[in-house]
Design a protein around this ligand. Structure first.
Ligand code: SF4
Ligand code: SF4
Length: 481
């Protein structure tokens, strides 16, 4: 340890009103974002940030300029973050109308025995479940906002009759979505979903069969690339559809080509999600953090060049959510990127037998079954020990997240992964350095004035600017709204 010697402070120096990074002064942790001219300073507790020219850092840390302006609003930012993290109520349910799937993807988080031989939920039980939930949401949803029901995996269209009957019966009561592997979507089904305004998510892991079929295949080992493309054609031009690409070692080298492919096919948005490593099969194809960042960031850059060339955006939604989280935390969508995450709090997963789990990631893990929708009050299940394990997981309790400046832009996802792969809720998930690089890239885009090109049009509708460095007296620059 070295010791720096400074001249004693002059007794004539005015006693400062506060000191940055000590006492009750604001916390402003400098973060190197890899930008030529700017650094970020972040209050890790409130997620307030500002970009400061490198040469102005000393002034900021001395408590002048930005720090003085922030100090007057720090308490409000902290309250806002507390409300976002702990104050949100249930607004969505992921419904698994069947345990079965016609595919055997390498990274699936649902155990094989369920996907091969599991149960369907009958149409009668599904309608009854949605009726129970209607009663629950009736008193709790804000005026003018519909709760969301997302039919999710295994493969919901294996039980298409029940799903479509439910969508017809509860049209206007819920906003519906279907996440499907696309292999069973025919023209009539696609038309039905579009006519009912249902969101449709398709899964595709590569621009060509030789890549996509490495991870997504039938039980007999056959690829399904061609049938997913047919489903994309049926949905072409429909604004409510998106495509999910799960990023693994098997398709890492194709991410930029994947973006070109999605853009050429006019997909309005896509996700490039890092593989969730809850079950061992996924861990075998998990990319390293550095190699993931080296493939992911050029793919994002490619989406931007395509936007500049054509005027048409392909929003990479999982990255856009991080950008939104940085710009305006309350504008972000349902999320893995804040801790506690949305699982068990903003949404839960419903299994075909009525079993309730904090998130679909837990459906194969009996210790996380909080109760049964048909027999237990929803609030009691949300407060159950099984759910509390997930909703009680906080970044502050995780090492090294507790001292990480970007902890509210990453959130250390995912609790299912941490529990199964790392051995505890107080452990990080499968990726850490990758998320760090993603956040640094987001800040660089903001510094360069390019961030808006990566966000949905109208992403900030309904947000309120609480702090704008450009209009703050004596300041000029970017800071969180
Ligand atoms: S996982 Fe890594 S990047 Fe994310 S909050 Fe924890 S330490 Fe920070
Ligand atoms: S972090 Fe994991 S448990 Fe939480 S919402 Fe995301 S996938 Fe579900």
């Amino acid at each position: 340890m070295s010791q720096a010697v400074h001249p004693a402070a002059s007794s004539e120096t005015a006693f400062p009103a506060f000191r940055v990074n000590s006492g009750d002064g604001p916390s402003l942790v400098p973060l190197d974002i890899g930008h030529a001219s700017h650094l970020a300073v972040i209050d890790p507790d409130s997620a307030f940030w500002a970009l400061v020219p490198r040469e102005d850092l000393a002034e900021t840390l001395e408590g002048r300029g930005l720090a003085a302006a922030y100090q007057t609003r720090a308490a409000r930012f902290k309250d806002e973050m507390r409300a976002l993290r702990f104050g949100l109520g249930l607004s969505a349910v992921y419904v698994n109308p069947t345990e079965r799937c016609n595919l055997n993807c390498a990274y699936c988080y649902i155990p094989e025995r369920m996907r091969r031989d599991g149960e369907h939920m009958s149409a009668e039980r599904l309608l009854s479940a949605l009726e129970i939930l209607r009663g629950y949401f009736k008193e709790r949803m804000p005026e003018g906002r519909l709760p969301q029901i997302i039919f999710h995996g295994a493969e919901p269209l294996l039980n298409k009759e029940a799903v479509f009957e439910a969508i017809s019966a509860f049209h206007g009561v819920y906003r519906f979505g279907v996440q499907t592997n696309g292999t069973l979507l025919d023209e009539e089904g696609a038309r039905f979903l579009m006519d009912h305004g249902a969101g449709v998510g398709l899964s595709l892991d590569g621009p060509e069969p030789k890549v996509a079929d490495r991870t997504r295949k039938t039980w007999a080992g056959n690829g399904v690339h061609a049938s997913v493309l047919r489903a994309m054609d049926l949905l072409a031009g429909y604004p409510g559809h998106n495509v999910i690409c799960t990023v693994t070692r098997e398709n890492l080298e194709s991410l930029t080509a994947m973006v070109e492919f999605f853009h050429a096919r006019k997909a309005p948005s896509a996700m490039l999600n890092m593989v969730r490593c809850t079950l061992p099969g996924a861990r075998d194809i998990k990319p390293g953090d550095a190699e993931a960042a080296r493939a992911f960031i050029p793919a994002l850059e490619r989406s931007h060049r395509l936007y500049l060339e054509t005027g048409r955006k392909l929003v990479i939604a999982n990255f856009a959510n991080i950008l939104a989280a940085i710009y305006a935390p309350t504008a972000r969508r349902l999320m893995c990127d804040i801790s506690p995450c949305g699982g068990g709090r903003v949404f839960f997963a419903l299994a075909p037998d009525g079993g309730m789990y904090p998130c679909g990631e837990f459906v194969g893990l009996p210790g996380f079954r909080g109760g049964n929708l048909f027999t237990d009050p929803v609030d009691a299940v949300l407060a159950s020990k099984a759910f509390s394990q997930v909703t009680g997981r906080k970044v502050e309790d995780i090492e090294p997240c507790r001292r990480c400046a970007i902890r509210h832009f990453c959130g250390s996802p995912c609790p299912a992964e941490a529990h199964e792969m790392r051995g505890g809720m107080d452990k990080t998930g499968a990726f850490c350095a990758f998320y760090g690089e993603q956040v640094r890239f987001a800040f660089r885009l903001i510094a360069d004035g390019r961030a808006g090109d990566f966000l949905w049009d109208g992403w900030d509708a309904g947000t309120e600017t609480l702090f704008d460095a450009a209009t703050e007296p004596g300041l000029g620059g970017e800071a969180r709204s």
